[in-house]
Write a protein that binds this ligand. Structure first.
Ligand code: CDP
Ligand code: CDP
Length: 221
């Protein structure tokens, strides 16, 4: 699997990682790993099992038995389609709570490595380049200002018919960023060899084309 190329995209919430990962993977015909969905599913499963989300050992213990599947953009846990529940901000907060435990991170490590399949992988999250795929030839650290990110999330929710307040969203995203940056286990920070990209003033197509040009220079074949 070490021969299979990986391109990583890490960064804070609503910076556009998922959208960029989808675009780039589509162009290259690569597999996608949305690692945040694994943390969200773990948080939701632990919550439903009545566990204390601050108990890292207890949460990590349910990971091997999670019957989690990713198919055509949908996520199922057992028989249930949990995709919409996972996208809710409540699941994002549960994810960031369980993600702070090193035991949970190591329990999810192999599941993430298993996504490395031919012809290649685009992995998005917080520590894809810094911890999970340290050998990736291109590591993008995607950022945008907090105001831009809050506005993007706001538009995303409104377009789905979900009401939201811009001030509330900005406060939530800044609180989650602070927790993700402040933890000791794989904190949110660029890998040493990451390529930073502030896309506040870029369209999705501009970011995609820039990353594809970087990939054409760096890919290992
Ligand atoms: O995955 P992450 O939370 O980083 O962000 P996302 O869900 O990919 O993007 C959040 C929203 O920002 C989506 O609705 C994107 O379409 C939008 N976006 C944008 O308007 N302009 C960009 N250059 C990048 C993303
Ligand atoms: O889409 P958004 O950027 O809001 O969040 P996400 O990527 O789905 O991640 C949800 C939470 O999971 C993050 O706030 C992190 O605490 C955690 N996470 C992580 O610790 N490591 C990853 N590789 C991905 C997500």
């Amino acid at each position: 699997p070490e021969d299979i190329p990986v391109l990583t995209i890490d960064g804070p919430t609503a910076s556009g990682k998922g959208t960029l990962a989808d675009e780039v993977a589509h162009e290259l015909g690569y597999v996608i790993l949305d690692s945040g969905m694994l943390y969200r599913a773990t948080g939701l499963a632990a919550h439903r099992a009545g566990l204390d989300l601050d108990d890292g050992a207890a949460v990590a213990a349910i990971v091997p038995a999670m019957d989690l599947h990713f198919r055509k953009g949908r996520v199922t846990l057992g028989e249930e389609d949990i995709t919409d529940a996972l996208r809710a901000e409540a699941a994002g907060l549960m994810a960031s709570q369980v993600a702070a435990h090193p035991q949970v991170r190591s329990a999810l490590n192999q599941l993430q490595l298993d996504f490395r399949r031919v012809p290649g992988l685009v992995a998005d999250g917080r520590d894809m380049g810094s911890t999970v795929f340290p050998d990736a030839p291109l590591k993008v650290f995607l950022t945008a200002s907090a105001a831009t990110r809050a506005e993007r999330r706001y538009k995303q929710l409104i377009s789905k018919g979900i009401s939201a307040s811009m001030e509330g969203l900005r406060a939530d995203l800044e609180a989650r960023d602070a927790r993700d940056k402040g933890r000791s286990a794989s904190p949110l920070k660029p890998a040493q060899d990451a390529q930073s990209l502030d896309n506040s003033a870029q369209t999705i197509e501009e970011s995609r084309d820039l990353v594809l040009a970087w990939w054409a220079e760096r890919r290992p074949f």
